[in-house]
Design a protein around this ligand. Structure first.
Ligand code: GDP
Ligand code: GDP
Length: 434
């Protein structure tokens, strides 16, 4: 959960080259189009059986001379604050610069294990140059070449000593539910209400920070683990909210869970950042539900609920399969229903439908509205089966799979959802030749 390696250093030392080598594929966790990560790149890596997240802080420093404004400093420090180990990269080609010294000061303040890595040590002569980086005041300087990969094994051997072993298996089979939402939505209050006692101090004050926490609950005969990201990055300014959702721990909590509860403050409404985190949960095929909290604060007439819901559903667009629950944590309204809904999503997400049941229903629907012919060719879907994947995925076997277009795929998905309850569960459809 908390194995994070941050790569820092001034521009052009080779951070992204090294990052790409570590994560092998160029897989940033969040795509830029979602607008969530702007400056940071996150990726998953593995060494000697230990898994970790790599943060490339590459985008922070864009300019040239007047680089060390407080904003950049703040952002770098935030990324470092999330890290378990810091890899401080410098460049043997250019040698020690003032900017390296500035970074060294920042890195030192964070009080985490730091490795100075002198990159571009492509030959022995360059490696020899690395000696001058001892002036930065850290114990040891490792030389590597990100371009060729030489030296990377040695540094990774060191780094993984600071990382935790995978404990994931310990909890297999127990539903993992994460609670995500902007600061002040009511996440901590929700957990306290569930637990029935003040587990954490809930305040209106900005600036309270703590890490996400896993808690195993046994409530009403149900056994589950809640990951709570409450208290992460409590801030006053609205512009910081995006950063909240993009903090590595919020993303890790999302990735680590089976079902994500996205909690919204009814007085603020459903905002684009909420949609972004839902899109991410959808992309990772997590169970999803929306909890509109502080419903007690909304002045209501007979239509308020439906109107509020309709507005969210419209914003959800194709993700309108996500259930929406209106709660008041303060008045303990529907908070157990919220947990029950999350558990139901968990069950439906792990359900396997039988092939006969599927075909009985779906072949009729296909007959009623067959895929439109393309280029004079008829497309015949012969049968459908659920694949033995972790999350629901349905394979439709047909003569010309490449001719099935997105509108028809949506038709099939809608029919599947109509007949089988996949509320809150992302499903995937694939078309195969038969
Ligand atoms: P960043 O700004 O720190 O992320 O740096 P990049 O990864 O973008 O690298 C900056 C430049 O250095 C690129 O042109 C890379 O191809 C080059 N580079 C990266 N690693 C090495 C290396 O080990 N040896 C050499 N010779 N060049 C490298
Ligand atoms: P978090 O940042 O998401 O963990 O939010 P908190 O649990 O700290 O709640 C923020 C504030 O909202 C606190 O003052 C809570 O008492 C208040 N709050 C939480 N849930 C409700 C609710 O359902 N109704 C009302 N009126 N206030 C709530």
């Amino acid at each position: 959960m908390s194995n994070i390696v941050a790569i820092v250093g001034r521009p052009n030392v080779g951070k992204s080259t090294f990052f790409n080598r570590l994560v092998e594929k160029k897989q940033a966790i969040m795509d830029n189009e979602s607008g969530v990560t702007r400056d940071r790149q996150y990726g998953e890596a593995q060494w000697n059986g230990k898994k970790f997240t790599v943060i490339d802080t590459g985008g922070y420093v864009t300019g040239s001379e007047d680089i060390f404004e407080s904003e950049i400093r703040k952002q770098v420090k935030e990324a470092l604050g999330e890290a378990s180990v810091i890899l401080f990269m410098v460049d043997c080609h250019t040698g020690l610069t003032d900017l390296d010294k500035d970074f060294a000061n920042i890195v030192r303040e964070v009080k985490k294990p730091v490795y100075v890595v002198a990159n571009k040590a492509d030959n022995p002569e360059k490696s020899f140059m690395a000696g001058e980086f001892y002036a930065l005041g850290f114990d040891e300087v490792f030389t590597i070449s990100s371009a060729s990969g030489s030296g990377t094994g040695e540094i990774l051997d060191e780094i993984v000593n600071h990382l935790e072993d995978d404990h994931e298996d310990q909890f297999t089979g127990i539903p993992k539910i994460s609670i995500l939402g902007r600061p002040n939505a009511g996440k901590s209050s929700f957990l306290n209400a569930l637990l029935g006692k003040e587990r954490t101090i809930v305040t209106d004050l900005a600036g309270t920070t703590r890490d996400s926490i896993h808690t195993r609950y046994k409530l009403y005969g149900k056994d589950f683990i809640l990951t709570d990201t409450a208290g992460l990055r409590k801030k006053t300014k609205q512009k910081d909210d995006i950063e909240f959702y993009s903090t590595i721990r919020a993303i890790q909590a999302l990735q680590d869970s089976d079902v994500c509860i996205i909690m919204i403050d009814a007085t603020r409404g459903f905002e684009s950042q909420d949609m972004q985190i839902i899109s991410l949960a959808h992309k990772y095929k997590k169970g999803i539900m929306i909890m509109v909290n502080k419903w007690d604060l909304i002045e209501k007439d007979g239509k308020t609920h439906d109107k509020f819901k309709k507005e969210i559903v419209e914003k959800l667009g194709p993700l309108s399969y996500v259930p929406i629950i209106f709660t008041s944590v303060l008045q303990k309204q529907r908070i157990f229903q919220a947990i029950e809904t999350a558990m139901k999503i968990y069950e439906q997400r792990s359900e396997k439908l039988s092939t006969s049941e599927l075909n009985d229903v779906m072949l009729k629907e296909i007959e009623r509205y067959p895929p439109p012919a393309l280029k004079g060719k008829y497309i015949k879907i012969k049968y459908v089966t659920q694949l033995p994947t972790y999350t629901p995925c349905f394979a439709f076997f047909c003569n010309l799979p490449q001719y099935i277009k997105p509108p028809y795929e949506r038709y099939l998905e809608n029919k599947l959802r109509e007949h089988f309850d996949f509320s809150g569960v992302p499903i995937k459809l694939v078309f195969r030749k038969k």
